[in-house]
Design a protein around this ligand. Sequence first.
Ligand SMILES: [Cu+2]
Length: 233
Amino acid sequence: MHRPNLNNLPPSERTLLASLIQQYATPGIINLHSNAVSSGVHNDPVGFLSFHRNYIAGLEAFLIEQGYAQWVPLPAWNPAEPIPEEFNIPNSGPERLLNLNPNVSFSPEFDQENLTNFATVEELGMALMTRHNLVHARIGGVMNNLRRAPIAPIFWVFHSFIDDIWWEWQRLTVVVPSVIGLKLADATNILSNFGLRTMRNANLYTSAGVKIKQQRPAPLTLSLLGSVVELYY
Ligand SMILES: [Cu+2]
């Protein structure tokens, strides 16, 4: 796993992170997810993965903006472990989380050494969705309400965990298509079909085509008509 484990953070940091997530999760942000539910994202294995990756990226951008780059990439909560008390939100009212120990393991099927048994992203996404649904159902409360679930901070770090599995699968399997010489917009389109996206970063320039760097979130850098992009899994 490449995202830090939420349960390894000191409680005071978890408290702060949970409150920042709540600040970010305004009604407009909740609606983005609710609209995605309406358009069927949770029945489409690829849409499921890519929608939530972008959704988390919005929070990560907010954290950077607020001066908390240390939580980017967003920490991940493994649902084989209990929800930490600082993430027991909401803890009262009709939407309160009902079960802090859903006890759902993603092992061994989603362990690194078994990930390549998923031949396609559709297969992986389908298997992840099923297991993911069980976690939502077992936590209950607002987490069992697809349209409102992102009001719970645990939603975000749980999806961070799912995304990390996809990221790892991509790292092991995805062949990055050549986009050298294309305009940034065209390259971005092609790459998005592979679940990859471009980002500007002038510090990681390489003119030698695709280069994989061992850092999270594993940027691949290439030269596109003189502009520099990073490809993030
Ligand atoms: Cu979910």
